[in-house]
Design a binder for this molecule. Structure first.
Ligand code: HEC
Length: 196
């Protein structure tokens, strides 16, 4: 038996009926073969699969669509919407650290990781000016801790929580807070909203 289970051209052995459908175009005669079994099963399987798919993804929603899967993964690595990010960093009860040891440690981190984009004096380059009285993500110490922790990856500021410990973040945020009001040369134009 061939894979397509075709009958002889002239006659179906089972029914003894002529297989030629009677159509002829330019000498090409049309056969009335039965559809191959493998094809019919593929067809039926795809219909069954479509029904299963609709129930799984759209009716009972037991599995996430691609879009939701993407969002979930982005949220898991610290991206996602602003609302998700705001929840990510716990800043309750934090106050700016003023001890010299903390500020020195913060400055060391700053020089190592941050000046490429914000420049040594915080006057801004790729990243915004951190010395002026304007801010995109909030002016308070908690806001600074939050943005350093969760980042804004789609705008070029990554989340630093994978590279810095919590204490290192608190130190560098405390150092950043001391930059406010300093007047370094060549400051970047203000971005965001004025601070109160
Ligand atoms: C690769 C470049 C880059 C590096 C490195 C970087 N930043 Fe940023 N940073 C940015 C950009 C871009 C923004 C603005 C994000 C936005 O537009 O939402 C930003 C925003 C900020 C803000 C908020 C400013 C505001 O106006 O609200 C703070 C605070 C900040 N960065 C601190 C840091 C600290 C601390 C480090 C080092 C640990 C650091 N950044 C490293 C690019 C960078």
């Amino acid at each position: 038996m061939e894979i397509n289970d075709n009958k002889s051209i002239e006659m179906d052995e089972l029914t003894n009926e002529k297989l030629l459908s009677g159509h002829e175009y330019d000498g090409i005669r049309e056969l009335d073969n039965r559809l191959p079994r493998w094809w019919v099963w593929l067809f039926i399987t795809s219909i069954v699969w479509a029904v299963v798919y609709v129930f799984v993804y759209d009716v009972f929603k037991v599995a996430p669509h691609q879009q939701e899967e993407y969002k979930n993964e982005m949220a898991a690595i610290g991206g996602g919407s602003q609302a998700q990010q705001a929840m990510a960093a716990d800043t309750a009860g934090l106050v700016q650290l003023t001890a010299q040891a903390n500020l020195d440690a913060g400055k060391a981190t700053w020089n190592r990781l941050c000046i490429a984009c914000h420049l040594a004096g915080g006057q801004g380059l790729v990243g915004p000016n951190l010395t002026d009285n304007f801010s995109i993500h909030g002016c308070g110490y908690k806001d600074i801790v939050n943005i350093i922790t969760v980042g804004q990856p789609d705008k070029g500021m990554i989340s630093w929580k994978a590279q810095l410990t919590r204490d290192q973040i608190l130190d560098v945020a405390s150092f950043v807070a001391t930059l406010s009001g300093t007047n370094p040369p060549n400051p970047k134009a203000p971005q965001g909203d004025p601070c109160k």
